[in-house]
Design a protein around this ligand. Structure first.
Ligand code: HEC
Length: 131
């Protein structure tokens, strides 16, 4: 009689622990998925700042990139005027594919940006075009 009770309880103990471990693993996975989706990589202000840096490094030799001033290359539209001719969202796509539009005779380097960089650049463009 005593032997019988002892032989079943270890099995029960095992399966409870095992089940609990699976639940912990599953909820850890869910928690990390939730964090990955909801937490922004960095704050919006940082995105704008990075976008400005990118514009300065890659575009400012021809385009005026600030809220005032003329473009060094007079054929290049100042960035603060781009939204008069473009949906900035459409620009996002063009930048992702490597911008060639309108750059025909400008000896313009062929840019292909990472999606994160494009997002930053667009954030910056949105900021200087909102006036
Ligand atoms: C070597 C000079 C040069 C550089 C560097 C340059 N551009 Fe341009 N860009 C031009 C010129 C010139 C035009 C005007 C072309 C035209 O109107 O035909 C232009 C036009 C544009 C236009 C408007 C296109 C149109 O059809 O009106 C956008 C958008 C643009 N550039 C984005 C950028 C971005 C973003 C960068 C940096 C990643 C950049 N450019 C770097 C010379 C340059």
């Amino acid at each position: 009689m005593t032997a019988n009770t002892q032989s079943t309880s270890p099995r029960q103990g095992y399966s409870v622990t095992h089940g609990a471990r699976l639940i912990v693993a599953a909820s850890l996975l869910l928690a990390s998925l939730a964090t990955a989706q909801s937490a922004p990589r960095y704050a919006k202000a940082d995105a704008i700042k990075r976008g400005e840096m990118l514009a300065k490094e890659n575009c400012s030799s021809c385009h005026a990139i600030g809220i005032k001033g003329d473009s060094p290359n007079p054929k290049s539209p100042p960035f603060r005027t781009l939204s008069q001719r473009y949906q900035l969202e459409a620009l996002e796509e063009a930048l992702g594919e490597g911008i060639t539009m309108g750059h025909g005779e400008a000896n313009m380097p062929h840019f292909i940006f990472e999606p994160d960089d494009i997002g930053d650049l667009i954030s910056y463009l949105k900021k200087i075009n909102r006036r």
